[in-house]
Design a protein around this ligand. Structure first.
Ligand SMILES: N[C@@H](CCC(=O)N[C@@H](CS)C(=O)NCC(=O)O)C(=O)O
Length: 213
């Protein structure tokens, strides 16, 4: 049994929960962080000194934090080919796209765009900054677009760990009111993700509680 500490409105928790759903693992999840609090207690900080979510424990194992490390742990322990291949070269290819997604997609979307649109009052929003951030993210999404024109998924023709790191951001990206650059293969890919039950359950979640308006 996996224990998860983290509110379901956290994008990192969503990535983790989507992975747990795809791997059909049993879990208990506690709402921690943001309006739920609980991430500044001595007990929580002894598990994760950063005070961030998610944190997991697998059975009586040590606490694990950092979403990328958690996803790799779950995949090493519970996933099979082709989600997380045995072959080192094939696995590294998946890991490369997962890492690329975390650094280029999540970091260029969450704070620079999502927070500025959803977590900032409309009268305080800086449209110039938002437009520049959308353009910057768009340049990275051009790389994903090319990849998705040639493959069904972000790292090739199978659904893998890289799709979790890449795709979990897309619900919010396509749901918020912004002018998005046109990426037809990305739209088609996103539509396919929305047909996955675990994506619908763990990622397509209202972010209203984060909104200031
Ligand atoms: N690098 C960490 C970042 C974790 C992080 O920043 N989590 C956010 C939620 S997405 C958090 O804990 N925010 C404080 C809160 O929810 O109270 C990871 O990938 O797990």
């Amino acid at each position: 049994m996996i224990t998860v500490w983290g509110r379901k409105t956290s994008s990192n928790v969503q990535a983790l929960m989507w992975c747990i759903g795809e791997l059909e693992l049993s879990f208990t999840r506690y709402d921690v962080g943001h309006k739920y609090g609980g991430n500044d207690t001595p007990e929580f900080l002894s598990m994760n000194p950063n005070g961030t979510v998610p944190v997991i424990r697998d059975g009586k194992g040590s606490p694990i934090w950092e979403t990328g490390a958690i996803l790799r742990y779950l995949s090493n322990r519970y996933a099979k080919d082709p989600f997380w291949p045995e072959d080192l070269e094939a696995r590294t290819h998946i890991d490369k796209w997962a890492e690329w997604s975390k650094i280029n997609i999540a970091l260029n979307f969450t704070a620079p765009i999502f927070w500025r649109v959803v977590r900032t009052a409309p009268q305080q929003q800086n449209q110039d900054e938002i437009t520049k951030a959308i353009h910057k993210l768009g340049n990275v999404l051009n790389i994903a677009e090319k990849q998705l024109q040639q493959h069904h998924f972000i790292a090739g023709n199978h659904f893998t760990l890289a799709d979790i790191q890449f795709g979990h951001i897309l619900y919010r990206y396509f749901d918020i009111e912004i002018n998005r650059p046109y990426h037809p293969a990305l739209i088609n890919y996103y539509d396919k993700l929305t047909e996955r039950p675990a994506f619908r359950e763990h990622v397509m979640i209202s972010y209203k509680e984060l909104s200031v308006s």
